[in-house]
Design a protein around this ligand. Sequence first.
Ligand SMILES: C[S@@+](CC[C@H](N)C(=O)[O-])C[C@H]1O[C@@H](n2cnc3c(N)ncnc32)[C@H](O)[C@@H]1O
Length: 249
Amino acid sequence: MAPAQNVYDDPVFFEGYERLRRSRTGLNEVLEQQPALRSTLPASLAGLRILDLGCGFGDFARKARSEGARAVVGVDASCRMLERAAALTHDAAIEYRRMWVEQLDFGDERFDLVVSSLALHYVEDYAGALARIAGVLRPGGRLAFSVEHPICTALPAQQWARDSTGRPLYWPVDDYWREGKRETRWFVDGVTKHHRTVETYVMGLLRAGFALTALREPLPIEGAEAAVPELDLHRRRPPFLLLAGDRLS
Ligand SMILES: C[S@@+](CC[C@H](N)C(=O)[O-])C[C@H]1O[C@@H](n2cnc3c(N)ncnc32)[C@H](O)[C@@H]1O
């Protein structure tokens, strides 16, 4: 069943998110996708059939093709994100489909690599998602994904505790072991994410029949703070968790 919310189709949210990505000060560029997530993928993407879950604007699909991927299918729940992805893409070997991770269905199609950048913390049923992902991967194929770090999703507010001048004091963590839905504000109120512990993320992968190949908590890339000084905050607690594993059989 598809979840009730996809906030990426909310016009106010979409405008804020698009502005953030256009400004290139978003964390994707400076510490997550480039190069941390890339480092968890096979060294060469040449000839691979790749599935990107929650593909957004299709940045990864285009990058994978520039590295020689045979074909990329990007799926996303948001019509707005997919429209923008299609407008930015001029490549017959990249296909976008509107599909929820919760409803992943490719019949007999199999992929060599499944990538998902910052989408799975929107999915409530993690174990179910992993079972479906395993089902679309060829044996030996790899899943690599990033999520907001559980240290960041534990409390719904997702904010630094600050002193009276607004200076960040510390990042509060509470209710770490109370997994489940969190409603937060990001451009709009009521953005729903799903908090899980690191243990759940890792053990879920192992239980779904994957051999763990990487676990990363990336820092800002060297020199990034020169352009975006606030990035030094991400040296005080991990913003993202990256995991990768190979399907065993
Ligand atoms: C933070 S954006 C990341 C986009 C892209 N992966 C990137 O890194 O640039 C999260 C994306 O996941 C999509 N998404 C959220 N929940 C989803 C779900 N349940 N199924 C499929 N896509 C989903 C959103 O529509 C959005 O495009």
